[in-house]
Design a protein around this ligand. Structure first.
Ligand code: GLU
Length: 307
């Protein structure tokens, strides 16, 4: 008898602004799937890019999640404290010759649209001695493919599409791809449930998992909430933040966007009772691959909860 591994999911926002409807859909989708499978749900703050960080945003995101009844089952991880783990992973890759120092600048790579397949700068040595080189993963030929639980089969030739990608930037900051792969493995994440904007990062993450000998989790990429022009909502632009003081309307809206019946979140008893009822009737098979264009942001007024 094989015992299925325990479902461990996570929500991993970057603290670049307040959560908006797109982030709420990602948080709620990962929470519902984890709870539906009697699993764990963790929150990880991906604060590895100080120039893009908005002061106070992480705390505000955690408070908003709490107002929506979602709190991490384990202490929240902060990626800014995980540098030693990323350095260990990078050392292993360098030792195994799976990663290399690279001094190519953006303009050096202009001829290949920024895609790195071989160093064009002088042997990895920075021309300006004060600049430290970036570290890149050596990407060999081969397809990284996976079966996404919502989006279906996804395949990418990582070498052709993105080439040798950056693990540590020339300014010394850790790249998202390295940090997310190291932490998903370190936290034993079995199911990565997140917005479909990260679909094309996943083959890179799988290539990196293979290079580090780490397991590949199951992936489920939720449909993206878009504005009237079809663009995804972004924390760093003016996408309207959600109101933690009045969570039920946004909860019902998010349930509808996830293909679920929003009426389950109507009624009395506050947010926890609403979430419990939503969970009781949650059906993962109803999550759409894409959100219907009629449901774009800014949203039309919500129908009455009792309709
Ligand atoms: N930190 C990323 C973001 O906010 C998400 C990372 C992930 O879920 O893998 O876009």
């Amino acid at each position: 008898m094989t015992i299925p591994p325990r479902h461990r999911g996570r929500f991993a926002p970057s603290p670049t602004g307040p959560l908006h409807m797109g982030s709420l859909v990602a948080a709620l989708g990962s929470w519902l799937l984890a709870r539906h499978h009697d699993g764990d749900w963790l929150v990880r703050i991906e604060d590895i890019d100080p120039p893009r960080e908005v002061p106070g945003a992480a705390r505000q995101q955690l408070d908003t999640l709490a107002a929506f009844g979602m709190t991490s089952d384990e202490p929240v991880w902060w990626q800014s404290t995980r540098g030693d783990a990323y350095a260990d992973a990078l050392d292993r890759l360098l030792r195994d010759d799976r990663a290399f120092a690279c001094a190519c600048s953006r303009s050096d790579l202009a001829a290949t649209n920024g895609i790195h397949r071989a160093c064009v700068a002088n042997d990895g040595a920075p021309s300006d001695a004060s600049r430290q080189p970036a570290i890149r993963l050596r990407v060999n030929d081969g397809i990284a493919g996976f079966d996404d639980a919502i989006q279906g089969r996804i395949e990418q030739d990582v070498r052709a599409a993105v080439g040798d990608f950056v693990l540590r930037r020339a300014d010394g900051l850790w790249a998202y791809q390295l940090a997310v792969v190291v932490d998903d493995a370190a936290q034993g994440i079995s199911h990565v449930v997140r917005g479909a904007d990260l679909l094309d990062s996943t083959p890179r993450q799988i290539a990196l998992q293979r290079a580090l000998g780490l397991p590949t989790p199951t992936y489920a990429h939720l449909p993206l909430v878009r504005d009237a022009q079809g663009r995804k909502l972004s924390k760093s632009d003016a996408a309207l933040p959600i109101d933690p003081a009045d969570p039920l309307p946004a909860l019902r809206r998010s349930l509808a966007l996830l293909g679920q019946d929003p009426r389950t979140a109507a009624g009395t008893g506050g947010i926890d009772a609403a979430l419990r009822r939503a969970l009781g009737s949650f059906d993962p098979a109803r999550i759409p691959r894409e959100i219907d264009p009629s449901r774009r942001f800014p949203f039309t007024p919500e129908p009455p909860a009792s309709a």
